[in-house]
Design a protein around this ligand. Structure first.
Ligand SMILES: NC(=O)c1ccc[n+]([C@@H]2O[C@H](COP(=O)([O-])OP(=O)(O)OC[C@H]3O[C@@H](n4cnc5c(N)ncnc54)[C@H](O)[C@@H]3O)[C@@H](O)[C@H]2O)c1
Length: 330
């Protein structure tokens, strides 16, 4: 069994991934500032295999205490979308970029053998090619995406026989997590459909790749458990399907099962349109998503109905930008 350090392990993805690793018998140490709360359930927290450390990845003294003893690092901690990254450029650079080298150096000297980096398909920018594969040049548009692209380069520069690395260029996640985000495409549209009875689509023709949160969490588990020899220190696209936002809106309306849900179209304020091709991860690492976007919408609908997500249209904790704006003014 592995001893895994997950930075950002209390976030949206981390709150699904951490329990999966624990359930599979791994020892998990989570390092997270817990900006959006700590939603790792009591059931899990009480288990001896989880250690939750509330702290910052930029704290190298802390890192030197908690990285030794781990064989795998899964690095998720991040200011994790464009608007939040734009709020405070200096803060973003310090977390999303400058924190990499010290973390990698400490991990390598502590004898960590696998470093798994959460990147993003936004590193491509906008591409005309029908198949956006890993060999295409990266043309990130935003600060968030630029940091992700640069992080891949830094991570790869540490690759060696004893220190294996990989970057996961994930599509946008969707579905339910105990630490819910409702600021991601499929989740936004589902929230509108279920709780407003009306879906507001800005533009609609933009393509967006998505992936079910349980699938991407399973992929990280597979990486933590697999022999890294085949990774090749590369970055891999990991997505399910590419759809236009309008197609997603119609699909959401169908799954939510309320045909009277109106789809209102407004001007696009974000015209980015991109898609990714995930053939390499399938052929080289054997990963194929098992869940559909419809599954993610259905899971969210059930969570709303079960009152697991109170005040879903207003509570700032579901929207990273609202939480971070509050933190900035506090
Ligand atoms: N959610 C998506 O659609 C998506 C898509 C592609 C890539 N990713 C990447 O996956 C990772 C996880 O995303 P998420 O959706 O779970 O985001 P999230 O914002 O829910 O989680 C990030 C976590 O990192 C923590 N954190 C931030 N700065 C920290 C610091 N300095 N020290 C310690 N902890 C810190 C936050 O408290 C939060 O719990 C991120 O790296 C993100 O860029 C996410």
């Amino acid at each position: 069994m592995s001893r895994v350090l997950i930075t950002g392990g209390a976030g949206y993805l981390g709150s699904v991934l951490t329990p999966k690793l624990i359930e599979r018998g791994h020892q998990v140490r989570v390092l997270d500032t817990c900006w959006f709360g700590d939603h790792l359930s009591d059931r899990i927290r009480n288990k001896k295999r989880l250690e939750l450390i509330k702290g910052d990845i930029r704290d190298t003294i802390l890192l030197k205490q908690i990285v030794p003893g781990c064989d795998t690092v899964i690095h998720l901690a991040c200011i994790s979308n464009d608007p939040c990254s734009d709020l405070d450029e200096k803060l973003t650079l310090s977390i999303n970029l400058q924190a990499y080298e010290p973390l990698l150096c400490i991990a390598r000297s502590a004898g960590v053998s696998k470093f798994i980096n959460a990147s993003s398909s936004s590193v491509y920018g906008v591409k005309d090619q029908p198949r956006v594969t890993e060999d295409l040049p990266l043309e990130p548009i935003t600060l968030y995406a630029r940091c992700k692209a640069e992080s891949e380069r830094i991570v790869r520069s540490f690759e060696s026989d004893d220190f294996k690395t990989i970057s996961v260029r994930s599509a946008t996640l969707c579905g339910y997590s105990p630490r819910q985000r409702l600021d991601l495409t499929v989740n936004i549209l589902t929230n509108f459909a279920v709780n407003k009875g009306k879906i507001l689509v800005h533009g609609g023709s933009q393509q967006r790749p998505n992936i079910h949160i349980e699938d991407i969490a399973d992929f990280y588990v597979t990486l933590a458990e697999s022999d890294p020899a085949g990774w090749g220190g590369l970055a891999y696209n990991v997505g399910y399907q590419n759809h236009t936002v309008m197609e997603i809106a119609r699909m959401v309306r169908q799954v939510v099962g309320q045909q009277n849900v109106e789809i209102e179209v407004a001007d696009a304020h974000d015209l980015r349109s991109y898609r990714i091709d995930s053939t390499l991860v399938r052929d080289r690492l054997g990963f194929e998503p098992r869940r559909t976007l419809q599954d993610a919408v259905g899971d969210l609908k059930k969570a709303f109905q079960a009152q697991l997500l109170p005040d879903p249209l207003e509570d700032p904790r579901y929207f990273n930008i609202k939480t971070m704006q509050t933190m900035a003014t506090a």
